[in-house]
Design a protein around this ligand. Structure first.
Ligand code: ZN
Ligand code: ZN
Length: 211
C-alpha cells in the first residue's frame, strides 16, 4: 500500500469508529496492540536479535504486556524467551530487583504509533472539511487522548471547539447515568445500560491503555 492509500484507509477507519461513539485513537491502538503482540510473540519465540537483547535489557515487558503475552502466547515459544530472561536474572543477581520497566518495547512501539495518529488527526481536523464536520457531529475522544490532542499546536479556537464538543458528550452520558441510577437494570433503556461503560472508557481510555 502506498502512503496515500494508508492515509485514506486511516481516515475511513476514523470516520467508521465515530459512528460507534468510540475514541478512535483508542480503537486504533488496541488493534495495533494485538498485531504487535502477535509479531513479538513470534520474534521472542525464535529468539530473534536485536529484539531479544532489547527486551532482556529492559527486564522484560511492562506488567500489562507481560500478562498479555502470557495469555496469548504459545507456551513453548514463551518458554524459550523466559528461559533466556531467567539466565540473565541469575547472572546479574540484583539488576532486576525493583527494576522499573519504563522501557517496555511494546509500549514504546504503541507510543510511536499514537504520536503518528494524533498528528494525522490534527491535520484532518484542520484541513479536511468533511472530516471536521463528521467529528463535530459524532466524534469522541477519551479524555487522555483529548489531553494529548490539546497539547498539539491547534489554533485556540479549534481547541475550544474540541473541548466543548466533548463536554456535550459527557452531559449526554451524565443524563443516562442519572436515569440509570434511579432504575433497576431491567427497566433501563439501551443507552442508559451502556452509559457506565461509555463513561469509564471516556475517563481512562480503553482497558490496559498506557497513559
Ligand atoms: Zn482514547
Ligand atoms: Zn508495555
Amino acid at each position: 500500500m502506498t502512503e496515500s492509500e494508508i492515509q485514506s484507509k486511516l481516515r475511513e477507519t476514523f470516520i467508521q469508529k465515530m459512528k460507534e461513539k468510540e475514541c478512535f485513537l483508542c480503537w486504533m491502538l488496541a488493534h495495533d496492540e494485538f498485531s504487535v503482540l502477535a509479531h513479538v510473540q513470534y520474534e521472542i519465540g525464535r529468539l530473534e536479535k536485536p529484539l531479544i537483547d532489547e527486551v532482556v535489557q529492559a527486564g522484560g515487558f511492562c506488567n500489562h504486556h507481560f500478562h498479555e503475552l502470557l495469555r496469548l502466547s504459545n507456551p513453548p515459544y514463551l518458554a524459550r524467551f523466559l528461559q533466556r530472561l531467567a539466565e540473565d536474572v541469575i547472572h546479574h543477581k540484583t539488576r532486576f530487583l525493583g527494576l522499573r520497566r519504563a522501557d517496555c518495547p511494546l509500549c514504546n512501539s504503541l507510543r510511536k504509533k499514537e504520536t503518528e495518529y494524533i498528528a494525522y488527526f490534527h491535520n484532518l481536523f484542520l484541513s479536511d472539511t468533511h472530516f471536521h464536520e463528521k467529528y463535530c457531529d459524532k466524534g469522541s475522544l477519551c479524555l487522555p487522548h483529548l489531553a494529548k490532542v490539546l497539547k498539539s499546536d491547534l489554533p485556540q479556537e479549534e481547541k475550544e471547539k474540541l473541548l466543548n464538543h466533548q463536554m456535550n458528550i459527557i452531559k449526554n452520558i451524565q443524563e443516562n447515568l442519572r436515569n440509570l441510577s434511579r432504575k433497576s437494570y431491567y427497566q433501563a433503556e439501551k443507552d442508559e445500560k451502556e452509559a457506565p461503560r461509555q463513561m469509564t472508557l471516556l475517563i481512562v481510555g480503553r482497558y490496559g491503555a498506557e497513559q
